[in-house]
Design a protein around this ligand. Structure first.
Ligand code: C2E
Ligand code: MG
Ligand code: MG
Length: 692
């Protein structure tokens, strides 16, 4: 070993010291050692020295005051004293400006160094920069504060829960649920959910879905509160928290319910409407099907409801419909279904209709209940129903099919004199189909003008003078041949096709009258039959005026045949219309007189010209006493009112003699002439002229 070389031991020691220094400089802790005597720095690692603006050599020998500054030294002096006195480590934090001037948070550990006798001779200082840590903490605190402020400020309910247990709620939730915070915290969220909704909510929690969905909360008072939940998962302090926004949707649910109600109910009567009925009926039908039960569907239509509306006004009509609705529901059982299909149509589904006889009994009761008189503004009115019945499963399997068939049966009830009920029979469907076919054909006939007029003379009984001719329409059906008006007029009226047909009749009849006159025949007035719909149509008088103008016919060439029905409406309105027609020179006759219920007052006050005794009273003459009495009365009344009286359907000479004796002025019927086409009638007229 060379003398200037250190011994091995020393070399090893130096290596160890170097190693120790490297470690001390590498750790992210500033380390220093101060001697008690003089408070002088005897060791500092690189980090410590740089922290206070020294290097590792230059710092040595400086006092603490010199290193960290007088103020800081003073501030920590009590800590230092304590460590030296008690020989116990201590930890404190303080602020220190960093090299960039920003304040740093440092954590300081002071550790005492004692000699063998236990006397403190110095202290180690270990400083850790905890700025980042403190900043993170502050940020967290801030965000917590923000969240809690937000929760308090939010108008919407917010619930935090962990694993389904509530950890936090805000005031809106308490207000919505009727609980205090204490009553809710720590409890399972499911405790506050309506029982029938729990499975759904539990599934969302279990799946950890982040979704929004509607549910129902359970209020402290046990009531159900419709809510919307918007759920989010939040990671907080290493834990998964669920945040649920609880939105009160009672208003929305109420509005939806109202909209649903409006869409499914008739506003006037509060009954379900067609949509609701069909929905519900199909459910009941499926149930009945499964149980092997039968049901009955009733289609109720009020007879002549339009008259009430027209003559008494819509408010009265509405009131009547409400009363009818009440009477129907009052007659049925709870389980039965009642709906208003609009207008004067009601549709019923009788649950557990045991037998046809049982259904017939209910239908009979309905006819009586609905038709019972009702007091309106001091007057008693009564509107009877016509009811069609279709049975399930015999007449159909779906609500739609049953409704269609009950509707068909209802028409049958109307045809059979109204105020009654009729069960569906398959033959009716056939008839309905035929009518449907006829209907579409009729619409085409209007376009193609497949109608012809036949004319029947009206003669004075005493001398056979020609008073006029009645125009009677026929349909030249391409397949069925010439069809009488009874076969298509009712359909035309029901489908409003009577309006264009009526116009055509009016024009054609007037044109014909003008033509006959041009052909050199004596002027022959034509009588044209009117339908109620025409009479009530807007601009009716003008349409007559227009027809006269278009054809060049004088007003006195036209006689209009009204029905008693038309005279029953509002007296002032009818009088007004008739007066306007009269002013055009048009004559007015009451057709089929005696079959309706015209009041004497109306007859007396309306500007009329003629009564036509209905054929049914002429038929029995002269033998039938009843007919004779009625015919005599009509003639008497007509003369009393200054009207001419014409007897319809005079077929025999005996009838003619009898009518002549009664003082009846005119006749129309097979005895003198059947209705015939225009050309034929012209021949008939010429022949008469020659004979005369
Ligand atoms: P109405 O106005 O009472 O016409 C008289 C009906 O009696 C006609 O039947 C006529 O052919 C028939 N008739 C005439 N003489 C006799 C007789 O001696 N014995 C018998 N049994 N019947 C006789 P038609 O042509 O079948 O017309 C039936 C009904 O159709 C008419 O009854 C009228 O209410 C209606 N009608 C006819 N044409 C029109 C029209 O252009 N418009 C409207 N709205 N209705 C019409
Ligand atoms: Mg007539
Ligand atoms: Mg008649």
């Amino acid at each position: 070993m060379k003398p200037h070389e250190p011994p091995d031991e020393l070399r090893a020691l130096r290596a160890e010291v170097a190693q120790f220094r490297r470690v001390c400089n590498a750790v992210p802790v500033a380390i220093a050692y101060y001697e008690r005597v003089g408070n002088v720095c005897r060791y500092a690692n690189q980090g410590y020295a740089q922290m206070f603006g020294f290097d590792q050599q230059s710092i040595l020998g400086h006092t603490a005051e010199e290193v960290i500054g007088a103020a800081a030294a003073r501030a920590i002096q009590p800590q230092v004293d304590k460590v030296l006195r008690e020989i116990k480590g201590i930890r404190y934090e303080r602020q220190l400006p960093g090299p960039d001037g920003r304040m740093r948070s440092i954590e300081v550990h002071l550790l005492p160094h004692a000699d063998e006798s236990g006397v403190a001779i110095g202290a180690f200082v270990l400083i850790t920069d905890i700025t980042r840590h403190r900043e993170d903490e502050a940020a967290l605190r801030e965000s917590e504060e923000r969240l809690s402020k937000f929760m308090l400020a939010s108008a919407e309910g917010i619930v935090f829960h962990k694993g389904g247990f509530i950890t936090d709620i805000n005031p809106p939730v308490m207000a919505l649920m009727g609980y205090s915070a204490e009553q809710m915290m720590g409890r399972s969220t499911l405790d506050f959910i309506a029982p029938d909704e729990r499975a759904k909510v539990a599934a969302v929690i279990a799946a950890g879905h982040e979704i929004g969905y509607d549910s129902v909360a359970l209020h402290a008072d046990g009531s159900r509160v419709p809510v919307e939940f918007i759920v989010r998962t939040m990671h907080y302090q290493g834990e998964k928290l669920r945040m649920t926004i609880v939105r009160d949707i009672r208003d929305r649910v109420d509005a939806q319910a109202r909209i649903h109600h409006l869409a499914h109910h008739d506003a006037l009567t509060g009954l379900p409407n067609r949509v609701a009925f069909i929905e519900r009926a199909n459910v009941l039908l499926a149930q009945a099907q499964a149980r092997g039960q039968s049901l009955a569907l009733l289609f109720v239509d009020l007879d002549h409801f339009k008259r009430v509306n027209d003559s008494l006004g819509h408010p009265v009509g509405d009131m009547l419909l409400q009363t009818v609705a009440k009477r129907i529901t009052g007659t049925l059982r709870e389980a039965d279904l009642v709906a208003r299909f609009g207008g004067d149509e009601f549709v019923l589904l009788l649950a557990g209709a045991a037998s046809e006889a049982a259904v017939a009994e209910v239908a009979g009761k309905l006819v009586a209940a609905v038709g019972a008189p009702l007091q309106v503004e001091g007057a008693s009115i009564s509107v009877t129903p016509s009811i069609g019945v279709a049975l399930f499963p015999a007449h159909g399997s779906s609500a739609g099919e049953l409704i269609k068939h009950a509707d068909t049966a209802m028409y049958q009830a109307k045809a059979h004199g109204r105020a009654g009920y009729e069960f569906f029979r398959p033959a009716m469907a056939e008839a309905a189909r035929a009518e449907l076919a006829l209907e579409s054909r009729l619409a085409q006939a209007v376009v193609d003008q497949e109608f012809v007029l036949h004319y029947q003379p009206q003669l004075r009984i005493s001398d056979g003078a020609l008073l006029g001719v009645e125009a009677l329409v026929r349909w030249q059906h391409p397949d069925k041949g010439l069809m009488a008006p009874d076969q298509f007029i009712p359909l035309a009226e029901a489908r409003r096709l009577i309006l264009p047909i009526g116009q055509w009749v009016l024009h054609t009849a007037l044109r014909q009258a003008v033509r006959w006159h041009h052909e050199g025949l004596a002027p022959v007035p034509v009588a044209v039959n009117l339908s109620e719909l025409q009479f009530q149509s807007r601009g009716f008088v003008q349409s007559i005026q227009q027809a006269l103008a278009d054809t060049g016919a004088q007003g006195d060439m036209l006689e209009l045949e009204l029905t008693e029905r038309m005279l029953m409406d509002d007296l002032d309105a009818v009088r007004d219309t008739l007066s306007q027609l009269r002013a055009l020179g048009v004559r007015l006759a009451v057709d089929d007189f005696g079959t309706g219920y015209t009041s004497l007052k109306h007859l007396k006050e309306l500007p009329l010209d003629r009564l036509k005794i209905d054929r049914c009273f002429v038929q029995g003459l002269p033998a039938d006493a009843g007919s004779a009495a009625i015919a005599a009365a009509i003639v008497q009344m007509g003369r009393g009112l200054g009207l001419t009286v014409l007897a319809e359907g005079v077929e025999t000479a005996a009838q003619r003699e009898h009518l002549l004796a009664l003082g009846c002025e005119a006749q129309q019927g097979l005895l003198s002439c059947a209705p015939m086409p225009a050309a034929q009638l012209a021949d008939w007229l010429r022949q008469r002229a020659v004979q005369a």
